[in-house]
Ligand binder design. Structure first.
Ligand SMILES: [Zn+2]
Length: 142
């Protein structure tokens, strides 16, 4: 059967749904795979000091840090230095944010379809943290 893909819609969070003409889901693609095709996103790897830190602190603590960073640095409606609020080093979550395009509201809008200019909901924050942790888990397996 041949489906013509007419629409590309991002939903649920973390997946790209390819829909057929009559709105049926034809394919569900992991956004992490899409992101890995971007040269910029894909060059972020969990190694060196950040990897050692993740091992030392453990998953539970790293996830708490992710929740904290997202609620303070990404969730507000207005972020004065948006686009520059996430360092390129110093914490495994920062690296993961760049790799998963959850580093700023501009990237969040472009890659995940979440509009800028309004606060993130609790559920969006939860989804973002889950995506970050999924990326970190994958990296820690390597
Ligand atoms: Zn960004």
């Amino acid at each position: 059967m041949i489906f013509e893909t007419v629409e590309k819609k991002i939903s649920p969070f973390g997946f790209v749904l390819l829909l057929s003409e009559n709105g049926e889901v034809v394919m569900k693609k992991d956004i992490l795979e899409q992101l890995a095709k971007s040269e910029f996103r894909n060059h972020f790897k969990l190694k060196g000091a950040e990897r050692a830190y993740a091992l030392q602190k453990g998953r539970t603590v790293i996830k708490q840090h992710a929740e904290d960073f997202i609620s303070k640095r990404l969730a507000p409606a207005v972020i004065p230095n948006d686009g520059k609020q996430t360092p390129m080093h110093h914490h495994p979550v920062f690296i993961a944010q760049h790799a998963t395009a959850t580093c700023c509201r501009q990237c969040l809008c472009k890659w995940h379809g979440i509009p800028q200019g309004r606060p993130l909901t609790e559920s969006e924050q939860h989804d973002i943290v889950e995506l970050i942790m999924r990326w970190i888990d994958n990296q820690m397996k390597i």
